[in-house]
Design a protein around this ligand. Structure first.
Ligand code: GLU
Length: 414
């Protein structure tokens, strides 16, 4: 199966081809600007010492400071972080926010650590990447395995080193310390908007569709809830423990409550049938929302996907080989850099509010998000129609094209 980095590089090559960029510029865009690898020593609660690996990659800075999340996951490595950083570059360019792309990660299972251990890992990792982050340089945010609390610890660590409070160094913070209204649900809201744009274009009423969501976490959990609240029938969801299915429709809000009150998986929720994550991908539904990790739709299972729409809440859930199969079957894939861009869009709003020290209402945030996502979707769909491209290729062409143009306009130093 194609790795995240292989996938990202193949997608880039596809866009370079359509744009007709020369080999030198292709090479520049394929190469991360800075890759930092750091040791993160952790004192465990039992007194023992463990050394973890941490990363921060800034893929491109042509359009502004680097932007992208930090992932805590046992399988994170430098190549994965490079791929994720590259996708952030195209995503920010595609939705027209003035950033380059970055990503960070620590190879650790956050669920295997106590809260105190998690705080120590976060603060030590933050202090190791301090030389390259900052509100004008590189602004981290949450990703898989990290949350508002992680951002609060990073903001505090950076601020303590600076000697004053720097709210704009991270986004996705709690509202009490400079976070934005609407950030927590922003990625999920954006998934819903882009799903509805795709359905509308195909002439499908969203109140008539059935949906399966893989990954009932920060993105998938709220996406399922918003889609359900808007009238869609969410029939299956899953997490690392497995999935659940109810052809009559699930109640995502009740499921989220069930998890908040202590359950560690959706599996076993009363009145539902157990299914595996693999079965969920192949379920007979109208819309499939992969909202967990990379590479879950690939050459081996894409042919069994029955959904007519795939809306990518995760980054890189479909490999290029999987993509080809879906395209041949006529499945509409709303690509990650478009479908999940609501998160970084509201991160941008948060950063702007922090820099101005002037905060907006939740309605204002949500309204601006809706406008921004509708316009990005319209750009992608118009280019796809004009050039006979898939939505993925069209989105990549717009993102890569804008970065290439910024680079050309600035010129190569020296
Ligand atoms: N981790 C999210 C993403 O992949 C958000 C990044 C951000 O807000 O900077 O888009």
């Amino acid at each position: 199966m194609q790795s995240a980095l292989e996938s990202a590089l193949l997608q880039l090559a596809g866009a370079v081809d359509v744009l007709g960029l020369d080999d030198g510029l292709h090479q520049l865009l394929a190469t991360p600007r800075r890759s930092l690898q750091v040791a993160v020593p952790l004192r465990r609660d039992d007194g023992s010492l463990e050394v973890l690996q941490g990363y921060r990659v800034q893929h491109n800075l042509s359009r502004g400071p680097a932007k992208g999340g930090i992932r805590f996951h046992p399988h994170t490595d430098l190549d994965e972080v490079r791929a994720l950083a590259m996708w952030m570059t195209w995503k920010c360019a595609l939705i027209g926010i003035p950033y380059g792309g970055a990503k960070g990660g620590v190879a650790v299972d956050p669920h295997a650590l106590s809260r105190n251990e998690l705080e120590r890992v976060t603060r030590r990792y933050a202090s190791e990447i301090i030389p390259i982050i900052g509100p004008e340089r590189d602004i981290p945010a949450p990703d898989v395995g990290t949350d508002e609390q992680t951002m609060a610890w990073i903001m505090d660590t950076y601020s303590m080193h600076s000697g004053y409070t720097v709210t704009g160094v991270v986004t996705g913070k709690p509202v009490s310390i400079g976070g934005s209204q609407g950030r927590a649900g922003a990625t999920s809201r954006g998934v819903m908007y882009s799903c509805f744009s795709a359905l509308r274009e195909a002439g499908v009423d969203h109140r008539e569709v059935t949906i399966a969501v893989q990954g009932f976490g920060k993105v998938g959990g709220l996406a399922a809830q918003y889609l359900h609240d808007a009238g869609c029938k969410v029939v299956a969801v899953s997490d690392v423990g497995g999935g659940i299915y109810d052809p009559g429709g699930l109640d995502p809000a009740a499921l989220l409550k069930h998890l908040r009150s202590g359950a560690d998986t959706v599996v076993g929720y009363p009145g539902t049938d157990a299914i595996s994550n693999a079965q969920l991908i192949e379920l007979d539904v109208d819309v499939l929302v992969p909202a967990a990790l990379e590479g879950v739709i690939h050459e081996g299972n894409a042919g069994s996907v029955k959904a007519r729409f795939v809306v990518e809440g995760a980054n890189g859930p479909t490999t290029p080989d999987g993509d080809k199969v879906l395209e041949d079957m006529g499945v509409v894939v709303v690509p990650d850099i478009l479908a999940n861009s609501g998160g970084v869009a509201v991160s941008y709003f948060e950063w702007v509010q922090d820099l101005q020290a002037y905060f907006w209402s939740e309605d204002e945030v949500n309204d601006r998000l809706k406008v921004l996502m509708a316009s990005a979707y319209a750009d992608v769909s118009a280019l796809a129609a004009a050039k006979g491209l898939s939505l993925r290729t069209a989105a990549q062409v717009i993102g890569v094209g804008r970065v290439a143009e910024a680079h050309r306009t600035r010129g190569l130093y020296p």
